[in-house]
Design a binder for this molecule. Structure first.
Ligand SMILES: Cc1ncc(COP(=O)(O)O)c(C=O)c1O
Length: 374
């Protein structure tokens, strides 16, 4: 397995390895809403199972209608996939990309999918010294370089084979750009005519920073969204991409038929309607994340990176190995993510999902014990 294929949430493997059941593990390694799926969604999924003697709607019409109302965009701008990971996997071929700029350190599936399609990848990485704020200037430099190269050739043609991949807010860092800097990048992309793929898998935790409102005016902007994190249904698989209708239609051709099952489609429709769950989740995160951060900051040997998402990145000092910490936490039935597998993470670090208060307290206690021993 190459390192881009390593993900959090490997509870089934670990449960086998430790000889214990999945329910006894506390998973801080996958960044999923700690409130669990909305009750309304669980109920609707149960009911939907009885309709599984039919093939699912291959176009996810009902869900697309709800999404189009949610975002105020045409249904033809939306393509639903079996998790946003499925769409990420087909994008490089569907857009016939040749060169991509990946703003890192970030989700490994961008690079993995691009390399599988033979796309040249250039990484522009945020750095620890700036607490992993996305590197605005480096992104602008790459775009400027692309603009100059296309000007030398005398036309914009060729730019549609280039793309910037940005996860916003980013994983594993939890950081985002200011609205002004992000807008400037979107404007520059528009001017030079390359693609910009923005993965908003975690934007439900800071919804005012979504670029969805820019979609109509930006024909080369594609936005990826996921249901699995915020609505806590990663086992169901549901995500989508939003873009210009003709582009979305050309991406659709690369999806296998019926890739989104019926239960997932129903779950999406009901999840979108549950505004109380959304409010409750956002309010919970506003309170619990700073509380967890404050407690982690009191543990010596850790440096906490500020976060706008439902997880925090924590750098590990004093020569402690993150892998060693990960394994000691396994022994206590807890999973955290070692950030070593994210290309561009230059200092030892862990990614920790924010969970319920009592669970976070257990993790803090476990970490304190491990780090005191060093
Ligand atoms: C940044 C990011 N984007 C997309 C995904 C894939 O999400 P989905 O469950 O919708 O396939 C993940 C999953 O970990 C992720 O971290």
């Amino acid at each position: 397995m190459n390192r881009h294929e390593i993900h959090g949430g490997q509870v089934y493997q670990l449960a086998k390895q430790l000889g214990r059941s999945v329910e006894t593990l506390l998973d801080f390694s996958a960044s999923v809403n700690p409130l669990g799926p909305p009750v309304s969604v669980v109920r609707a999924m149960r009911d939907a199972v009885s309709e599984c003697q039919h093939y699912p709607d291959p176009y996810s019409e009902d869900l697309r209608l709800c999404l189009s109302q949610e975002h105020g965009i045409p249904g033809a701008s939306i393509l639903v996939g079996n998790g946003s990971a499925e769409i990420i996997r087909i994008l490089p071929q569907a857009l016939a990309l040749r060169h991509a700029c990946i703003v890192g350190p970030t989700f490994g599936e961008f690079e993995h999918s691009l390399r599988l399609a033979g796309v040249r990848c250039t990484g522009v990485d945020a750095v620890s010294a700036q607490r992993y704020v996305p590197p605005f200037e480096k992104i602008v430099d790459v775009l400027e370089e692309w603009r100059r190269a296309s000007a030398r050739k005398g036309h914009k043609a060729g730019m549609h084979k280039n793309a910037v991949f940005l996860c916003h807010p980013n994983s594993p860092t939890g950081r985002r750009l200011s609205r002004r800097d992000l807008q400037q990048i979107v404007d520059t992309v528009h001017r030079i005519g390359c693609w910009m793929i923005v993965d908003e898998a975690f934007v439900d935790w800071c919804p005012s920073h979504s670029l969805m409102k820019d979609i109509a005016a930006s024909p080369r902007l594609l936005i990826l969204r996921s249901f699995t994190k915020f609505f806590a249904i990663p086992g169901i698989r549901l995500g989508y991409v939003v873009g210009e209708p003709a582009v979305v239609e050309s991406i659709r051709k690369y999806l296998p038929p019926w890739s989104v099952n019926h239960v997932a489609q129903v779950a999406g429709v009901v999840a979108l309607a549950d505004s109380r769950f959304r409010q409750r989740s956002q309010q919970f995160m506003q309170e619990e994340r700073p509380r967890l951060i404050a407690r982690l900051r009191r543990i010596s040997g850790l440096r906490v990176i500020p976060s706008q998402a439902n997880f925090v990145m924590v750098e590990v000092f004093n020569g402690r190995s993150p892998q060693d910490i990960v394994e000691r936490l396994w022994a206590q039935g807890m999973l955290v993510r070692d950030c070593q597998s994210f290309s561009g993470v230059t200092r030892p670090a862990l990614r920790i999902a924010v969970r319920l208060a009592r669970e976070n307290n257990r993790l803090v206690k476990g970490l304190t014990k491990i780090l005191q021993k060093s």
